[in-house]
Write a protein that binds this ligand. Structure first.
Ligand SMILES: *[C@@H]1O[C@H](CO)[C@@H](O)[C@H](O)[C@H]1NC(C)=O
Ligand SMILES: *[C@@H]1O[C@H](CO)[C@@H](O)[C@H](O)[C@H]1NC(C)=O
Ligand SMILES: *[C@@H]1O[C@H](CO)[C@@H](O)[C@H](O)[C@H]1NC(C)=O
Ligand SMILES: *[C@@H]1O[C@H](CO)[C@@H](O)[C@H](O)[C@H]1NC(C)=O
Length: 325
């Protein structure tokens, strides 16, 4: 008798609780809740100057955003600084991960690697492209003097200065100083104070670690087409159709920017540079990344190293023993 009574009381109690929970949760989560942002609908390309980044950005972002339905945003760093303060990083991360009207999004800008995970948020998809460090520096050196075919009218900061790289190097000029070589390591090292310390072994180590663990892909300038092909099959919701698009660009657009005049350095300059510690470190980083990319590409093409094979590769696994049937 007592037991039945207690049971009834229990049932009433449970029903009331469920009703309350129902009303409460309905109030708290209306039907129009925006989807919780996930980081894999954000791609960040923290582009490095003079690595072909304009060609790449135009061909895979500004040409494809309409068709593939994503947003493209340039991160313009004040006074061309490459690093953000910690509070600025917080605001940036908070903004890009919650700005639902601008998702999915492709961000590009001259900014060092930002680690979202330090703020308790998953990282977005990071990609980048690097170039042989001396080639990159030469390109930059002559670009400042002669400009390129992209913004033709624009007067560059060293316009009118016709000093060759060799002349600059032999008199120890500033533009060809090996400090200028310290570029790709700090971009990958990120926001630690030692990253911008020219010649820091810690920075090189960190840059390698980040390139390995935090970036989906890092390609090289001379293999831009292979990079685009890999992106198409690894981040298709952004880069579907990218290779076909790149292949039908005319020569001018596929090599959108080239520095107008470049004088290769002589043997004496070259042999001095090859013995320079800063160059050796940047070169070590470049070789490391290039080998990584090459291995990934070989594996993905089953050894043929032909970009066109990527989309045709049959899957090398299948599901089975699926339950419940
Ligand atoms: C970045 O912003 C500044 C100031 O608005 C502007 O002068 C500059 O041209 C911008 N940079 C690029 C690459 O558009
Ligand atoms: C992100 O920043 C832009 C530009 O300042 C602003 O218009 C937008 O409302 C911000 N979005 C969020 C979610 O903070
Ligand atoms: C560089 O320019 C100066 C004058 O502007 C000229 O006298 C000199 O011959 C030029 N040198 C080269 C290598 O073109
Ligand atoms: C991958 O390469 C191996 C060795 O060349 C070959 O036997 C195999 O058929 C290839 N697989 C595919 C899917 O092309």
């Amino acid at each position: 008798m007592l037991w039945t009574k207690r049971k009834t009381l229990y049932s009433i109690g449970i029903s009331v609780t469920i009703l309350f929970l129902f009303i409460f949760t309905r109030k708290k989560y209306p039907n129009s809740v925006p989807p919780w942002p996930t980081s894999n609908n954000i791609v960040i390309y923290n582009r490095i100057p003079k690595t072909g980044s304009t060609t790449f950005t135009n061909a895979i972002a500004y040409d494809l955003y309409k068709e593939n339905g994503f947003n493209v945003l340039h991160v313009n760093m004040t006074k061309n600084r490459q690093v953000m303060s910690l509070p600025d990083q917080y605001v940036f991360i908070n903004n890009v991960t919650t700005w639902t009207e601008r998702l999915p999004a492709f961000y590009h800008g001259h900014v060092a690697y930002i680690d979202f995970t330090r703020f308790g948020v998953a990282n977005p998809i990071y990609i980048n492209i690097i170039r042989e460090p001396l080639e990159r520096l030469l390109s930059h050196y002559y670009f400042l003097r002669y400009g390129d075919n992209f913004r033709v009218g624009l007067k560059r900061s060293r316009a009118g200065n016709n000093e060759t790289f060799d002349e600059c190097y032999s008199r120890g000029g500033k533009d060809c100083d090996m400090k200028q070589m310290w570029m790709q390591i700090p971009y990958f090292c990120g926001h630690y104070h030692f990253c911008t310390e020219v010649g820091s072994a810690e920075a090189l180590k960190m840059a390698k670690q980040n390139a390995l663990e935090k970036y989906l892909l890092v390609g090289t300038t001379d293999r831009m087409r292979d990079m685009i092909a890999l992106l198409e099959v690894t981040v298709p919701h952004f880069f579907k159709g990218a290779l076909g698009h790149f292949d039908q660009l005319d020569e001018n657009r596929a090599h959108l920017r080239y520095t107008k005049k470049k004088i290769p350095p002589n043997e004496q300059t070259l042999s001095m540079i090859r013995r320079d510690e800063v160059y050796k470190m940047e070169r070590e980083f470049y070789d490391f990344v290039r080998d990584l990319f090459d291995a990934v590409f070989k594996k993905a093409t089953n050894g043929t190293s032909r970009a066109a094979d990527l989309t045709k590769m049959p899957l090398q696994y299948h599901f089975e023993k699926i339950k419940p049937t």
